[in-house]
Design a protein around this ligand. Structure first.
Ligand SMILES: [Zn+2]
Length: 327
């Protein structure tokens, strides 16, 4: 597949004065309301192309309405990463390793993805995106990203990983602590505690994942159950979630692994000023969110843009179909 011309997608959307492209689908009064954000980082082109394919099809989910935002169409054309200048007045696309500081050593550029917090100046397109989210009152927030090119050092490691789901789920601090810490409190039951400690010690040697513990802790969290159903629906379409090897790596890094291909977005981001759209959606609308990451092709017969677009589209459709079914 060649990268579609920007006009091919622009025809399916409305151009907002702030520069973003917007599409609305479904009955605005629907019980489930999806906020879909694509093209935050210009070089991550699978998201906008997946949105194009979604919009070319029929709307098959009567119980769901959607506002879809294409955040940085110019970035798509130039395949720039998508940073904002600190003044918030224009975008620019320096390479990621080029985080620059001014003479007072403050950040000059803000990653477009992290600018949903209390930035000194809210740039027009971020204000427009917030206004649209307010209008929708979302019940689910989905943002499509990719790890391609020079975005992170692990590119070669990640190549061909299958889709990775970064899930931002409303949960209590107690749930979060229990999910992260399988060893728990030594004082209530010291013998059980010692047993768990021993198990945690040998677990990596036996190659046993920690996420089954997390799944047990979160089994009564309705948002976790919802995203579990979505991940299952996605897998049923024959699509690939990031495999065991990658999940072991995430666990090694201390991430909250929720299942195959699924990591928890750290809860502390919701109280930080560096917020993503999914953090913002939790704080303001109490709704769960997922960020997808697809990965680039590599030498070992790994798959290119068609595959990445198909992964993204199938995940969006899995979200829509599960939301459409309701409880
Ligand atoms: Zn991105």
């Amino acid at each position: 597949m060649l990268k579609p011309e920007i006009d091919a997608l622009a025809r399916l959307t409305m151009r907002d004065p702030s520069g973003i492209f917007v599409t609305v689908r479904g009955d605005p009064g629907a019980e489930q309301r999806l906020y879909l954000l694509v093209g935050t980082h210009g070089q991550e082109i699978a998201g906008p192309i997946a949105l194009k394919q979604l919009l070319e099809g029929e709307w098959r989910w009567p119980n769901v309405s959607m506002i879809a935002v294409w955040q940085d169409p110019r970035g798509y054309e130039e395949e720039g990463y998508g940073f904002l200048s600190a003044e918030g007045d224009e975008s620019c696309w320096p390479p990621l390793w080029g985080y620059r500081m001014n003479q007072e050593r403050f950040w000059v550029y803000i990653d477009e993805n992290s600018a949903w917090g209390n930035t000194a100046v809210i740039p027009p397109r971020h204000q427009a995106m917030r206004d649209l989210m307010h209008q929708l009152q979302p019940t689910f927030c989905l943002t499509l990203h990719e790890t391609v090119r020079s975005e992170v050092k692990q590119d070669l490691f990640w190549a061909g990983a299958g889709i990775l789901l970064i899930e931002a789920l409303p949960m209590s601090t107690a749930e979060h602590v229990a999910a992260l810490d399988p060893v728990g409190d030594p004082f209530t039951n010291p013998i059980a505690w010692a047993g768990r400690l021993l198990f945690e010690w040998i677990r990596p040697m036996l190659g046993i994942s920690r996420w089954r513990h997390t799944a047990k802790v979160l089994q009564s969290n309705p948002y976790y159950c919802l995203t579990t159903r979505i991940a299952q629906r996605f897998a049923e379409t024959g699509r690939v979630l990031a495999g065991k090897r990658w999940m072991q790596y995430m666990e090694y890094l201390g991430d909250l692994v929720l299942g195959l291909g699924r990591v928890g977005h750290a809860l502390d981001w919701t109280i930080s000023d560096w917020k993503t759209a999914t953090d913002y959606a939790i704080v303001h609308y109490g709704c769960p969110g997922v960020t997808t990451e697809t990965f680039q092709v590599a030498a070992e017969g790994l798959r290119g843009i068609d595959f990445r677009v198909a992964q993204q589209l199938k995940y969006v459709e899995a979200v829509l179909s599960v939301l459409n079914e309701g409880e």
